[in-house]
Ligand binder design. Structure first.
Ligand code: ZN
Length: 498
């Protein structure tokens, strides 16, 4: 849609900034301060771009700096996008009506795993209730943290939460994510992931040296399973000038049985052992595993008669689940100890991985609730008459209902909430597929996370059928029962698996 492109453009084109005295930078990392020299007026310019925004919200001690930057960040795209969004919503509503649906939310969910607008609302309500107790407990810890700095504080505000979370984690876990890096050399992680998936899914990777490549750094592997060629994968893993800056999996060719094999590409920006020490952050390892899950899904799901039934063509709200399940392996000690060693050959200590998990876990209910604010906003923008919609009022109402952080006057986050274009009413999908991924992983937790029989069943029932069946049926075939919420709720409330 043209108006959707306008909406996205207005966000991308609108970088805002605040100018502050150098004294306001206290708490920020020294290399960040060094890179932000004051101008002729003695003030430092801080923009709403991520490399400024994230460190300031995480580390700046100055509360008013964080508040100022928070507010201008949530003014991006406004007021222009107020109109673009209104237009986008009314065009969608019109289209849904023409097709016989009550509203856009009901239309767009009808062919998804969740099936209806009503089910999305129920899902959001269920997750909100399930996270309530833990959300309140985590909130109390952050509030106590801020009260150490100022006993008069009576609420944790949205511009304070990342900073308070950092303080609380430091006090609770004394965990330094950097301590993991010596065990996470890129080559070891890559070889470990290939070995893991070889063992789990009974595949062999053979370097394909004659495959055409767009850069000498790119590697190609042919993927054999059951002694048969299943497809080819490309790994383009390190940064270069003018390369795509994020991490993603792309399909170079969809598989069609008897016609063509699937070809998939992983594009990432991990440290290059040729130009650096090659040590990865654990977050990067998690991303590597996640994106590799898409790649494996693409290869195994690409053996169907029609490309429209391939792995990537499963229902929109299921397609992330087979990648999210891979994140579980990236944090599993049995898996990590199989490849994560330092340059002395010492295996990563279990205590370190336990700390990583505990630290990652803290704050998750607060995160879940803020995600439910986004999901409810995306739904409620699309389930009512756009002609009478007051966008600002709706954001305020929904944020106060779902998020632990109350609405901040003067902000218009809907004007820069890019997912309203791409996801429209379906922001729920991320949490939905996470529920499914946790449920599927529970079968591995029961049988052993590296159990080959479970992995082979997963390959045959989830990955290989691709989009040829309803996702709910795939999950049922794998688990031997319909999908459920128990594993997700156990994760949320930190119940240990038997
Ligand atoms: Zn993904």
């Amino acid at each position: 849609m043209e108006v959707g492109q306008k909406f996205d453009k207005a966000i991308a084109a609108d970088t805002r900034s605040v100018d502050v005295p150098i004294g306001a930078l206290k708490g920020l990392p020294q290399d960040w301060i060094d890179a932000h020299k004051p101008g002729a007026d003695g003030k430092v310019k801080i923009t709403t771009n991520y490399p400024d925004y994230i460190p300031v919200m995480s580390y700046a001690e100055d509360d008013s700096l964080r508040k100022q930057l928070y507010i201008v960040y949530r003014q991006r795209g406004w007021p222009e996008n107020q109109q673009n969004l209104a237009k986008m919503l009314s065009l969608r509503a019109e289209q849904a009506k023409l097709l016989g649906f009550a509203n856009w939310a009901d239309y767009i969910t009808a062919n998804k795993m969740i099936r209806s607008e009503k089910n999305v609302a129920e899902f959001i309500a269920r997750i909100t209730a399930a996270s309530d107790k833990r959300m309140r407990a985590e909130y109390a810890i952050l509030l106590a943290e801020l009260r150490r700095l100022d006993p008069k504080i009576d609420a944790v505000e949205d511009w304070q939460q990342a900073y308070a979370l950092g303080l609380a984690k430091k006090r609770k876990f004394d965990f330094d994510a950097q301590a993991l890096r010596p065990y996470l050399h890129y080559d070891k992680v890559k070889n470990g992931l290939l070995a893991l998936t070889s063992k789990l899914f009974n595949v062999t990777y053979k370097p394909n040296l004659s495959a055409p490549k767009w850069h000498p750094d790119v590697e190609a592997y042919d993927v054999y399973a059951d002694d048969k060629l299943f497809g080819t994968i490309y790994l383009d893993m390190h940064p270069r000038d003018e390369k795509y800056k994020h991490a993603a999996q792309f399909s170079l060719q969809s598989g069609v049985a008897g016609v063509q094999l699937p070809i998939g590409v992983l594009v990432c920006n991990f440290p290059d052992p040729k130009t650096s020490n090659g040590l990865m952050e654990h977050k990067d390892v998690e991303t590597f595993f996640h994106e590799f899950g898409h790649l494996i899904h693409h290869v195994f799901g690409g053996q169907q008669k029609w490309a429209r039934f391939s792995g990537v063509a499963t229902e929109w709200d299921f397609v992330e689940a087979p990648s999210q399940i891979f994140e579980e392996w990236s944090k599993d000690y049995e898996t990590l100890k199989s490849f994560a060693t330092n340059d002395k050959g010492e295996v990563i200590p279990k205590a370190l991985v336990d700390k990583l998990r505990a630290s990652d876990d803290f704050g998750k209910a607060l995160w879940v609730r803020h995600q439910m604010f986004y999901a409810a906003l995306s739904l409620n923008m699309h389930n009512r008459d756009p002609a009478t919609l007051d966008q600002d009022k709706l954001v305020e109402e929904i944020q106060n209902k779902y998020s632990a952080w109350r609405f901040v006057p003067g902000t218009h986050m809907q004007a820069s909430f890019g997912h309203l274009n791409g996801y429209s009413a379906m922001y729920y999908t991320y949490m939905w597929s996470m529920v499914i991924a946790k449920d599927m992983f529970s079968a591995f937790q029961k049988a052993g996370v590296l159990d080959p029989a479970t992995a082979l069943r997963y390959r045959k029932t989830i990955l290989e059928p691709g989009g040829s069946k309803d996702a709910a049926d795939l999950v049922k075939d794998f688990l031997g029962r319909p999908y459920g919420f128990q594993s997700y709720e156990d994760w949320l409330n930190q119940k240990k698996k038997k």
